[in-house]
Design a protein around this ligand. Structure first.
Ligand code: FES
Length: 154
């Protein structure tokens, strides 16, 4: 049911934790399952030097956050913006359709953290993320701001 890569990243997640002097921090959530993901980025000269995450959620969310951090470290901001949930899924050799929405959290967490960095530095916002998405449900403002790229969600 789960690929070896998913199981590996779930059992041994990479880059867990937080960056105290992070340049960008983003937190997102899924209103339906209540899971929350927080992403910390260290950015120097437009390059993501480090990324760490804390995920309070399911195993698939842990695995996708772990893989997402691996995918963005060393990338430029622009390259990181182009990493979609689909790319994270492919890197993990897929997820069961019912868990695809978990990978969307990873994409959103990256976008939120990049946006935080951009706002702090007077740069244009990431068009994928417009302010607090409210998708963690804590404010009740709205649910996830876009649908997963892969069919079969839920
Ligand atoms: Fe909530 Fe996976 S079930 S993110």
């Amino acid at each position: 049911m789960y690929s070896e890569k998913v199981m590996d990243h779930f059992a041994n997640p990479r880059n867990v934790g937080e960056i105290e002097d992070a340049d960008g921090v983003g937190q997102v959530g899924n209103a339906k399952c209540g899971d929350i993901m927080k992403m910390y980025l260290k950015i120097e000269d437009g390059i993501i030097k480090d990324a760490k995450f804390k995920t309070f959620g399911c195993g698939a969310a842990v695995a996708t956050s772990s893989m997402a951090t691996e995918l963005i470290i060393g990338k430029t901001i622009k390259e990181a913006e182009q990493i979609t949930n689909k790319a994270v899924l492919e890197a993990l050799d897929g997820l069961p359709p019912v868990k695809v929405h978990c990978s969307v959290l990873a994409e959103e967490a990256i976008a939120a953290a990049l946006n935080d960095y951009k706002m702090k530095n007077g740069l244009d916002e990431d068009i994928r993320y417009q302010g607090c998405s409210g998708c963690c449900g804590s404010c009740g403002s709205r649910e996830m701001h876009h649908e997963p790229e892969i069919d079969g969600d839920e």
